[in-house]
Design a protein around this ligand. Structure first.
Ligand code: FDA
Length: 302
């Protein structure tokens, strides 16, 4: 299990394979977990989810960008998504990654890109979630959020439970709308729990804390044990339904997504789209090699 995880994480970071994947389109199983390559296809997927009572957070796929031109192109595409959300009046908001907007190129350049997006979204009252990436980008990402939230309140972020510092961060950001996750990147034992059980325990602790003390909690997991625990916890503590939502990734546990929405819980699907699907998809395989089944299904459904 550990070796498979390391292997897929290694593949997710391989630049040659990544650019090759872009050229060859949505191959293998990626099609079932990526909602199309362009805005039109993505909006159709969002509408289909909205009809089932599911709201969406839209991710224009891309990360670890090292060229200004590419980062600017990504910003323009996210601005297109904001316009499309408004034009089609779909129930959706934005998720984005700072490294796609140039965090590795220049902090100020990235800040300006992010500000343009948050400002455009703010005009339509659309929320923007800053996804959290690996540890090396964690503090600069929080710095971007701190600076932006002096002027805008339509911004929130993610707390990754595998980090030792997560407890401090959740306390600091408790007045934000937060997505809580276990954490998807390979991190060193100096900064992050490695043991799955310890990560799960910390995840539950953080969820309970933010549900009791925080603004709005997005519980992002496919783990039925944690979802069942949360259901019982909110019942026992009289936490109103409008204080939290469950989130899952597009294409994963689809029946459970619909079921949770039917039970009356707020549910939000993370909807990635675009041609830069490779790193995203490899991380999903690293999390759960059984996700390879999605590849199998895709191949046999052709
Ligand atoms: P995990 O993979 O630990 O699985 C636990 C158990 O749940 C499994 O043993 C199995 O029983 C069951 N299970 C899980 N998936 C299943 C499936 N597909 N079918 C059947 N059973 C399944 N990470 C990050 O670092 N930064 C971020 O910004 C985000 N953002 C984000 C948004 C959303 C909406 C989600 C859902 C996740 C993220 N993540 C993330 C990823 C997150 O950190 C984590 O890596 C994955 O969600 C995998 O962990 P889980 O909690 O889903 O269950």
């Amino acid at each position: 299990m550990g070796l498979a995880k390391d292997f897929f994480i290694y593949l997710s970071q391989n630049k040659v394979l990544n650019s090759g994947a872009k050229r060859y389109g949505l191959k293998l199983g990626a099609k079932s977990v990526v909602a199309g390559t362009n805005v039109e296809e993505m909006i159709e997927s969002v509408k289909a989810l909205n009809i089932q009572g599911i709201s969406c957070t839209i991710d224009n796929l891309g990360e670890f960008v090292y060229e200004r031109e590419e980062a600017t192109k990504a910003k323009e595409q996210i601005l297109n998504v904001i316009e499309a959300i408004h034009e089609h009046q779909v129930d959706a908001h934005i998720s984005l990654k700072p490294t796609q907007l140039g965090l590795d190129i220049d902090y100020d350049f990235c800040f300006k890109n992010l500000k343009d997006i948050v400002e455009a979204a703010n005009r339509y009252n659309i929320f923007v979630n800053v996804d959290m990436e690996d540890y090396g980008h964690l503090q600069p990402s929080f710095d971007l959020i701190d600076e932006l939230s002096k002027s805008y309140n339509n911004i929130g972020t993610v707390i990754q439970a595998y980090f030792f510092r997560a407890e401090e961060d959740i306390e600091k950001y408790k007045n934000y709308r937060l997505r809580l996750v276990k954490g998807a990147y390979k991190e060193s034992s100096e900064v992050a729990y490695q043991d799955k059980q310890l990560i799960d325990q910390n995840f539950v602790r953080l969820i309970e804390y933010h549900l009791l003390h925080g603004k709005f909690t997005s519980i992002a997991t496919h783990d039925h044990n944690i979802i069942n625990h949360v259901k019982q916890f909110v019942k026992d503590n009289n936490i109103p339904l409008d204080k939290f939502e469950f989130q899952m990734l597009y294409g994963f546990r689809k029946d459970m997504q619909v079921q949770l929405a039917k039970e009356g819980f707020n549910f939000c699907t993370y909807v990635p789209f675009g041609d830069d699907w490779y790193g995203y998809f490899m991380r999903r395989l690293a999390e759960r090699p059984a996700n390879l089944q999605l590849v199998g299904k895709q191949v046999f459904n052709k």
